[in-house]
Each structure stands twice: as structure tokens, then as C-alpha cells.
Write a protein that binds this ligand. Structure first.
Ligand code: NDP
Length: 328
């Protein structure tokens, strides 16, 4: 059981710890606590599968770092990300989900029951596993970016763009996401600067054409973000253009330089694509390992919305229920 003696964040073994005690046996283990994980938990609990959920490093997931969520159906006045996640958690617990603090630090999916280690010390044996570990937006890594997260710096135009209606904003990145976000924001904002570090965009031809043709998008090639400036909120960005300092005035700064799916822990067992997203059988949440299901942003490189994650969490629970029923 050498595999189970590493402890650390997902995919990053840190320190050896001894596994103690008997294995805890569970029917369905849900790993991750965003909209996908909680929706899977609600459905699994209502199907009497007594799901056990480990919340992971960021309980509640990415939404806990956003402010207002206005596009999740059922909240006509909007809701803050943290409150929405508390609501989902309460709903999952109401039906008997056992949601726990803790990080799954290793798994063995080679045979059933699957094995999972919590915080490097506790062994769980699960008949089925639902992976809902999500993805994390990549950030530039600037100190000023960290300072304005939630008050002018965002990694989601669909979530936060509305707050910049009629204002000037900047988007950094040269891929399809950045092009899409810039185009989306151009419909809401007065002006959108698209900041690209190279002298070309990596986005698809169609997307490049679209942003180039949009009048209120100004593309700044060969510009590197040095600092985001402001007081209570973002007021501008300082850029470097081949050694020359350039300052632009904006109220919002959107980072669109890609996402990283949190699949490292599982990629030894389940198939992933080139970007690390877990592959599922079309139209289902089934991975290549019978009894292991994936939902939410860890398997969705396209939509990445709370509502689509919730929908796929529902599918995962229904698929797990069917799978377990067939084992009896
Ligand atoms: P990509 O990895 O394709 O692009 C990331 C962009 O961010 C690149 O232009 C990269 O620059 C830039 N970047 C990375 N790090 C930094 C940094 N530190 N500073 C400045 N710029 C940086 O990510 P996307 O999220 O755009 O796309 C991911 C995948 O999803 C792609 O395959 C894409 O095609 C797909 N996608 C498809 C969509 C669609 O079909 N509608 C929509 C959105 C995404 P550089 O080029 O210099 O490395």
C-alpha cells in the first residue's frame, strides 16, 4: 500500500503519513464541493445512497471567490457565491449527505471497492466515486492582481461582466477564452482592451476575425501586464510594450489565460484529454473506469458555468445510482 502513504494537495504528494484504523466503507464517495458535487450529493442522498462528500481545499469551489451570481436560475434578485454554496450544502445535508472537511490525497481506482485516502491518514472504500473537483482559473501571479480580486479583477466575464456595463475594461489573454470574453464584454462595456503578450493571437481564426471586427475592442499586441492600479477598486493597468511603459484607464480587469482542471489525482486511472479534462462517454458522466463518474468543470472544457456543472452533477448521481443497482 505504498501508494497510500503520500499526503498532500491534489497531485502534489508532500509528506509521508501512516494510515491508521479500519477502512470506512461507503456506497458513494463524492470528491469536491462545487455546484456539481452538491447537486450530485442532493440526488444521491435522495436515492438513499448515503453519500459521503469531501469538500476539498476550497469548500464551495470557485463560486466562493465571486461576488454576485445573477445567472443561476431561481434567484431573481441574484445571490452571492458563498451564500449560494451554503444553500446547496444545506440542501444536500437535509437529505442526509455527510459533507466533511478534508482533502482526498490519493486514490486507487484499479478495482472495486475503490480506495481513497483522506488527508493522508484515513482510508475509505467506496463502491462508486463521483469526481467533482472542478478547475481553477489561471492568474498572472501579480501582487496587485491578488489585491483587487473581487473588486475589479475577475476571471469570469459571464459572471461579472454585467457590473461593468458602460465602463472600460481590459481582458488579458490571446486564446479563444480571451477572445470570447472580450467579445461578450464588448456588448456590455464602453470599451474593451484585449491585452496579448505576443504579436499574434492563439485563438481560432473565426474568433480573431470577430474581435478584430468589433469596433469597441482595441487589441494591444506585445503588451505585458506589469501592474493593476487603483484605490478601492481597479482604476488602470500599467503595461510594458517592448520596453515602453503604457498606462490604460479601466474599471475592470478580466484574466482569461486558461483554466486548469483538477484531475491530476485521477489521471493515472481515468482518461483525460490533452488539457487534463476528464473524458466522459458522450451524454453521460461515465469515465473509462466502471463505477467512476465525473461532473462539472473537471470534465467540461467548454461551458464552465455553475448551472451546467449542477446539471452534470445530477447526471453523475443518476449514473451512479444505476450502476450500483446493477451490481446487486
Ligand atoms: P489557451 O491556453 O488556449 O490560451 C491562453 C492564452 O493566455 C494564450 O494566448 C497565452 O499566451 C495567454 N497567457 C498564458 N499565460 C499568460 C500570462 N502569464 N500572461 C499573458 N498571457 C498569458 O486557453 P483558453 O482558455 O483560451 O482555451 C483553452 C482551450 O479551450 C483551447 O483549446 C480553446 O480553443 C478552447 N476554447 C474553445 C472555445 C470555443 O470553441 N468556443 C472557447 C474557449 C476555449 P501565449 O499564446 O503567449 O502562450
Amino acid at each position: 500500500m505504498a501508494l497510500f502513504q503520500a499526503m498532500g494537495n491534489i497531485g502534489e504528494p508532500e509528506e509521508k503519513k501512516e494510515i491508521t484504523g479500519e477502512a470506512e466503507k461507503v456506497k458513494v464517495l463524492i470528491i469536491g464541493s462545487g455546484p456539481a458535487g452538491y447537486t450530485a450529493a442532493i440526488y444521491a442522498a435522495r436515492a438513499n445512497l448515503s453519500p459521503v462528500m469531501y469538500q476539498g481545499l476550497e469548500p464551495g469551489g470557485q463560486l466562493t471567490t465571486t461576488t454576485e451570481v445573477e445567472n443561476f436560475p431561481g434567484y431573481p434578485e441574484g445571490v452571492t457565491g458563498p451564500v449560494m454554496m451554503e444553500d446547496l450544502k444545506a440542501q444536500a445535508e437535509r437529505f442526509g449527505t455527510d459533507s466533511r472537511w478534508g482533502i482526498i490525497s490519493d486514490v486507487d481506482l484499479s478495482q472495486r471497492p475503490f480506495k481513497a485516502i483522506v488527508d493522508g491518514t484515513k482510508l475509505i472504500e467506496a463502491e462508486a466515486i463521483i469526481i467533482a473537483t472542478g478547475a481553477t482559473a489561471k492568474y498572472l501571479g501579480l501582487e496587485s492582481e491578488e489585491k483587487f480580486k473581487g473588486s475589479g479583477v475577475s476571471a469570469c466575464a459571464t459572471c461579472d461582466g454585467f457590473f461593468y456595463k458602460g465602463k472600460d475594461v481590459a481582458v488579458v489573454g490571446g486564446g479563444d477564452t480571451a477572445a470570447e470574453e472580450a467579445h461578450y464584454l464588448s456588448g456590455l462595456c464602453n470599451k474593451v482592451y484585449l491585452i496579448i503578450r505576443k504579436d499574434y493571437m492563439r485563438a481560432s481564426k473565426a474568433m480573431i476575425e470577430r474581435v478584430e471586427k468589433t469596433e469597441n475592442i482595441e487589441i494591444l499586441y506585445e503588451h505585458v501586464t506589469k501592474e493593476i492600479t487603483g484605490g478601492m477598486g481597479v482604476e488602470g493597468v500599467t503595461l510594458d510594450n517592448k520596453g515602453k511603459e503604457v498606462k490604460i484607464k479601466v474599471d475592470g480587469f478580466f484574466v482569461a489565460i486558461g483554466h486548469s482542471p483538477q484531475s491530476q489525482l485521477f489521471s493515472k486511472w481515468v482518461d483525460t484529454d490533452n488539457e487534463g479534462y476528464i473524458k466522459t462517454i458522450a451524454g453521460t458522466s461515465k469515465t473509462n473506469v466502471d463505477g467512476v463518474f465525473a461532473c462539472g468543470d473537471v470534465m467540461d472544457s467548454t461551458y464552465k458555468q455553475a448551472i451546467t456543472a449542477a446539471g452534470s452533477g445530477c447526471k453523475a448521481a443518476l449514473d451512479a445510482e444505476k450502476f450500483l443497482a446493477a451490481q446487486m
